[in-house]
Design a protein around this ligand. Structure first.
Ligand SMILES: Cc1cc2nc3c(=O)[nH]c(=O)nc-3n(C[C@H](O)[C@H](O)[C@H](O)COP(=O)(O)OP(=O)(O)OC[C@H]3O[C@@H](n4cnc5c(N)ncnc54)[C@H](O)[C@@H]3O)c2cc1C
Length: 342
């Protein structure tokens, strides 16, 4: 049986941030992922300024991947179309490349891919291939991972996305594309990602809405290549449940840490993964309670997400059109959009 102080389940942004911190402190850890890398992950791949700053702090470099940066955003709402210039670039990456590149920067011989968890009991985790003894488990396994069984009552929104070979320089956010959400066009170095998403589970015809949205902005769509994925809805209750028995800790999408206005999750995945790893290190050294330290360390993330949840309720209400129409002619709203995406 293999023995580790910490097992990280999942190596998207949250798992990798945790791995980076544990590696720097020479903690004995491993990562288990059910996929083999490089692997696909449905995502717009937009990195805000706070995300690229955090990547720098974590010493996770983007140097060897292709990306595109943009300062101008075309905003659409009702009959209004306005281009805003944000202070800092949004960096557009491809998740297949980004996640693989991050992973290569944190592992040595401690990565176990294509492993499915079968059970976790009495400090022993059993997969379809091996058994592992652990002190702590950090669940960074995303929205549909094993950890979904550990917390009930989670809520989800939904996004659909299409990857077009047509290249563009325009970044678009279109609040007419879908009710209670928005459409996006995110240009990449080699292709363009076009998607729509929303934060409630009211059924809509996603395929046709995406086709209409893409057509409006000049992108033909092959319907057979549209893909969809759940997006978690942040809640105080889920956050409070994300440390279990002072031994298991859920981060990133597994803990529903997603901005409910913009759908931004990569920043919160990195920040919570980092905080969880730092909290575990403190517990190993000082025998303190994991939940207290983790909730202290993530207070700022929590406050930010609570504010965004409140704004989302206002923005994506039945007064959505009116709110956005007024908003687009209001400098405070434009500044806010800048802060959200810049
Ligand atoms: C369509 C769409 C567009 C988005 N666009 C953006 C955007 O532009 N910018 C942004 O900031 N955020 C965006 N997000 C959100 C962002 O993708 C997520 O918040 C982010 O990927 C969360 O990172 P994570 O590490 O928590 O989980 P993930 O990135 O989902 O990684 C989870 C990992 O766990 C592994 N795994 C899953 N189950 C198991 C298991 N049972 N056992 C072992 N391993 C497992 C998976 O293989 C995967 O590698 C978007 C989301 C969607 C759906």
């Amino acid at each position: 049986m293999k023995k580790y102080d910490v097992i990280i389940i999942g190596c998207g942004p949250s798992g990798v941030a945790a791995a980076k911190i544990l590696k720097q402190s020479n903690v004995c850890f491993c990562i288990i992922d059910k996929n083999k890398f490089p692997r696909e992950k449905l995502c717009g791949g937009g990195l805000t300024h706070k995300t690229t700053s955090l990547l720098k702090d974590l010493d996770l470099s983007l140097d060897s991947i292709s990306y595109k940066s943009s300062k101008d955003i075309d905003l659409f709402a009702n009959n209004i179309n306005k281009t805003i210039s944000i202070t800092h670039d949004i960096v557009m990456i491809d998740r297949l490349e980004f996640d693989y590149n991050n992973l290569k920067q944190v592992i040595n011989d401690n990565l176990f891919e294509k492993e499915e968890i079968i059970s976790i009991e009495d400090n022993i985790l059993t997969t379809n291939k091996d058994r592992y003894h652990f002190k702590y488990i950090l669940f960074a396994d995303g929205v549909n991972g094993y950890s979904r069984k550990l917390i009930d009552d989670r809520e989800f929104g939904f996004c659909v996305e299409y990857s077009s070979d047509i290249k563009t320089d325009k970044t678009v956010l279109d609040f007419c594309a879908i009710e209670s959400g928005y459409g996006w066009i995110f240009p990449k170095a080699t292709h363009t990602t076009i998607g729509i998403g929303k934060f409630n589970n009211k059924k809509v015809d996603y395929q046709n809405l995406l086709c209409d949205f893409a057509q409006k902005h000049g992108f033909p769509i092959d319907k057979t290549r549209i893909r969809g994925y759940h997006i978690p809805v942040f809640s105080r209750e889920i956050y409070k449940k994300s440390v279990i028995d002072n031994q298991y800790i859920l981060v990133g999408d597994a803990a529903s840490l997603v901005d409910q206005v913009s759908g931004e999750g990569i920043y919160y995945a990195l920040a919570s993964g980092k905080a969880a790893a730092e909290s575990i290190i403190t517990c190993i050294k000082e025998e303190r309670e994991l939940n207290k330290i983790y909730f202290e360390k993530t207070r700022n993330i929590y406050k930010k997400l609570i504010k965004r949840k409140a704004l989302s309720k206002l923005l994506y209400s039945r007064y959505e059109d009116l709110f956005i129409k007024i908003g687009l002619s209001n400098k405070y709203f434009i500044n806010y959009i800048e802060r959200l995406f810049g």
